[in-house]
Design a protein around this ligand. Structure first.
Ligand code: SF4
Length: 487
């Protein structure tokens, strides 16, 4: 480098000081200070409510997600979904700026709706809010009613809307709010006395894994159970590349969603991400209503399969019994690589319960369990899961904590691996342990969203990924004399 291009540091930190602080942030003393932290969040493993709302909207046919609020926020949701799925996440925003913040965003909303309808010709526009209109108290109900009165959108055009204030909750709460609003809108006046569609309504919850949706569809096909998959993002975010851009690939057909109110049964597999929607469904929908945990691992998949069998009076198909047998065989073959290993986990409540259930079945120890936006109910359910297994003893649940807290835990009480989304890679690198990317968002690996983690196939996939990584580490680090062909 030439002398002219040399950097002149304003301050210089001596190397000894850098080394001292680097060591100090790994200490017990620092952990205590870190856990005493009140007013600052560092690297939270969750996104804001509107992102979840947008995700729910993408699950319906011809639906355009519409952000009432700031353009920058809308870009954040779109780019996060886009980078996770490596697919477009088309959505619009009414781009509120300073004048909207002062005078309210009604004009922005009306102009935006008119343009969106003319340009993108959706079958439904799902409106949700960013922080700004929530802070100033924009009245979405009145704004949308006025839009219809003014003829900005036709009176009968579906415009469900949800308030998704980001200063509370997380993406799962936004998902819940938007899903509930869409279903309320579409099913209004559609319940018919004595009608039963004979179908199952299935809700996957705020699940960002398109492979999981396909796995559910496969299981239901094996059973021969007619199904309306509500908020089905499997095509929206994983449609084939055929040279033609489609703005609205896939999604639940609006007429099927409307008729779901007359279903034979409704199952949610994401109870924490659909808490409010499911409470409303129980009060409104015909048929049976069942909330089950996400079917990860054998026990939770068994519960799902047996419930399907019971609800529809069908025996468990031989093909699924064979899948189960293969998964159990794979667990037996690989248990020694996972048994006794300690894990640190973080993410959404529904995912966490699934990972922990699976690990306990494998004799893994879910040592640190961190949930940044959970509830007392979740904490209790998780504790009961831990208490039910030998391998849950000594494991701890950390509520309302972030990934900087997690880093302190990894440094002071080390584990063998982490499970979570891409945001944990910094802590995993510092701790020199592998990160199994099983959550959302995953930006730094490909195809993870196509790789099912639910059902018997999901159990098999998790075993394969985790066990082989530990074997890789052994091969990479063992002395020559222990470098074996057979592991
Ligand atoms: S937290 Fe608020 S300001 Fe930030 S991206 Fe979400 S909606 Fe926008």
């Amino acid at each position: 480098m030439s002398a002219e291009a040399a950097v002149n540091y304003v301050t210089e930190t001596p190397m000894e000081e850098i080394e001292r602080v680097s060591a100090w942030i790994n200490s017990e003393e620092y952990k205590e200070k870190n856990f005493a932290r009140q007013a600052l969040v560092i690297n939270p493993p969750h996104a804001c409510q509107p992102l979840g709302a947008q995700m729910a909207a993408h699950g319906f046919e011809g639906t355009l997600p519409f952000v009432h609020g700031s353009q920058g926020c809308a870009s954040y949701y779109r780019s996060t979904l886009n980078r996770h799925f490596r697919e477009p996440a088309p959505a619009v925003s009414d781009s509120m700026t300073e004048d909207g913040a002062v005078f309210g965003g009604q004009n922005n909303l009306h102009e935006g709706l008119e343009n969106a309808l003319a340009l993108y010709k959706p079958k439904m526009i799902a409106v949700f809010t960013s922080c700004m209109p929530e802070v100033i108290g924009d009245d979405l109900t009145a704004f949308i009613r006025n839009a219809k009165k003014k003829g900005v959108v036709p009176e009968d055009f579906p415009t469900p809307y949800a308030n998704t204030p980001s200063f509370t909750g997380s993406h799962i709460h936004g998902y819940d709010a938007m899903l509930g609003s869409i279903l309320k809108y579409l099913t209004e006046g559609k319940q018919i006395e004595g009608r039963c569609t004979g179908k199952l309504n299935l809700i996957a919850g705020c699940d960002f894994n398109t492979g999981n949706y396909r796995e559910y569809t496969k299981i239901l096909k094996e059973f021969g159970i007619p199904t309306t998959f509500l908020a089905d993002i499997s095509e929206s975010f994983d449609s084939p590349l055929d040279g033609t851009y489609k703005i609205y690939p896939g999604g639940t057909k609006l007429e099927d969603a409307a008729d779901s109110v007359n279903g034979k049964a409704t199952i949610t597999l994401g109870p924490y991400a659909t808490a409010k929607t499911f409470t409303w469904i129980k009060e409104t929908y015909s048929g049976a209503h069942v909330a089950l945990p996400i079917p990860m691992g054998i026990a939770k998949t068994d519960a799902f399969i047996l419930k399907l069998s019971e609800l529809f009076g069908k025996p468990v198909p031989a093909s699924l019994k064979a899948d189960r047998g293969r998964a159990v065989d794979a667990m037996t073959d690989a248990h020694q690589y996972i048994h006794g290993k300690k894990f640190a986990l973080y993410g959404d409540p529904d995912y966490l319960l699934g990972y922990v259930s699976f690990l306990l079945e494998m004799g893994g120890i879910p040592y640190h369990i961190l949930c940044s936006k959970g509830s007392k109910k979740f904490e209790k359910e998780m504790q009961a899961l831990l208490d039910g297994s030998l391998y849950g003893a000594g494991c701890k649940i950390y509520m309302s904590k972030d990934l900087w807290h997690m880093r302190s835990l990894l440094m002071t009480e080390p584990v063998d691996a982490m499970i979570g989304d891409t945001h944990g890679k910094f802590a995993a690198r510092d701790a020199r342990i592998p990160l199994f990317r099983f959550g959302f968002p995953i930006f730094d690996r490909v195809n993870k969203h196509r790789y099912p983690l639910v059902g018997y196939q999901g159990a098999l996939n998790m075993i394969t990924e985790i066990a082989n990584k530990f074997i890789d580490i052994k091969d990479d680090t063992c002395e020559d004399r222990y470098f074996e062909m057979m592991r």
